[in-house]
Design a protein around this ligand. Structure first.
Ligand code: SAH
Length: 338
């Protein structure tokens, strides 16, 4: 049986037509699910009894379960248990401009980035669409506030779970769903190029962020094994195409690893690599973890790197640090549990 939160608006319209109902029932049901946030069909009082019975036969309302919550003033980290007892995390962040949630897309990850906690524990499976939708819905219900932006930057590689992630995006974006604007949804990838090409034709104007983290193949091969499959020049070529098709600015993520990729030489190489490309660079202070050797760059090294990129006329920002005190680096909370 399908989970009701796996259904896009179009899926539900099709469903209602198939059972001989009017398709506007999809609007009514979406409002119950995502605006009134009911947890059973019995509560959908403007749907007639027979229809509620039918829905109950065709769909489950299965939830994800909150297992643990860690909080500091701007960040809350949630550990959720799935129906097969696997665990995933989501992080809520309070910005000046609103609330954002970082969602997971897989249980574990196979990309094997050397500095990343999620990759230490291999991928067990993809998340289902509903398991991503429910991360947002659960958090909204818990805090009784509206989430205004979503980043798919938690555990997993979203483009390695393309279909489900895209259904998830459609559901949370739909005006009768959670109505999170496409421009407020960001997908972060280590660079699965065929899927980036596919994404360039996706109808919604969502943001793309690329985890680059190194300006040359020698270093990137060491930090991110995916680079052995798709190297930097192929990645840059794919981004040029993506930008041409979508006319959207792409975010380049660059995690600052002490004395690994934060030298002045790296900064100059990065500037040369990105010159002329419609991107902006987000420097990410590394979140240290107990299991891995990498250290965060000092504030001074980050500032020097930033200054060099600025002098080279790149658009660059330094990511505000969230949740250092609450194991908020990708995969840290889960890896305490397993
Ligand atoms: N697989 C996707 C999305 C998940 S990781 C991707 O690679 O983009 C989200 C971002 O966090 C990536 O840029 C990743 O490289 C970075 N990251 C991983 N571990 C980190 C850590 N300990 N501190 C800071 N950033 C980290």
């Amino acid at each position: 049986m399908k989970n009701i939160y796996s259904q896009t608006f179009n899926d539900l319209e099709q469903y209602f037509l198939n059972i001989g109902e009017k398709k506007f029932k999809a609007t009514q049901l979406f409002e119950w699910l995502y605006q009134k946030k009911v947890s059973s069909f019995a509560e959908c009082s403007n749907l007639k009894k027979e229809l509620r019975e039918q829905l109950k036969k065709d769909f489950t309302f299965e939830q994800i379960i909150l297992k643990k919550e860690e909080k500091d003033n701007l960040t809350t980290k949630y550990l959720f248990e799935l129906s097969d007892k696997e665990h995933i995390e989501a992080v809520l962040m309070r910005h000046d401009y609103g609330l954002s949630v970082c969602v997971s897309s897989q249980v574990g990850c196979n990309m094997g980035c050397a500095f990343c906690e999620s990759g230490r524990l291999k991928k067990i499976r993809n998340l289902k669409t509903e398991e991503m939708v429910l991360q947002i819905l659960k958090i909204e219900s818990l805090i009784k506030e509206r989430i205004s932006s979503v980043v798919v930057m938690g555990i997993g590689e979203p483009l390695d779970n393309y279909e489900n992630v895209m259904s998830f995006v459609q559901i949370i974006n739909h005006p009768k769903g959670l109505a999170i604007g496409a421009r407020h949804i960001t997908i972060s990838t280590c660079g699965l190029l065929p899927k980036i090409r596919e994404l360039s034709h996706f109808p919604l104007q969502i943001n793309l962020a690329i985890s680059l983290h190194a300006p040359n193949d020698e270093l990137r091969n060491r930090l991110m094994p995916v680079n052995k499959m798709y190297n930097i020049s192929e990645l840059i070529r794919t981004l040029q195409e993506y930008i041409k098709v979508t006319n959207r600015r792409v975010t380049i993520e660059y995690v600052m690893l002490n004395k690994e990729n934060d030298t002045q030489e790296c900064a100059r190489e990065l500037a040369n690599l990105l010159r002329g490309l419609k991107v902006y660079v987000n420097l990410i202070p590394y979140n240290e973890t107990n299991h891995l050797e990498f250290k965060k760059s000092s504030q001074k090294r980050i500032m020097n790197f930033y200054d060099t990129l600025k002098k080279e006329h790149l658009n660059v920002t330094i990511r505000k640090e969230f949740g250092q005190n609450i194991s908020a680096a990708c995969g840290q909370l889960r890896s305490k549990e397993v």
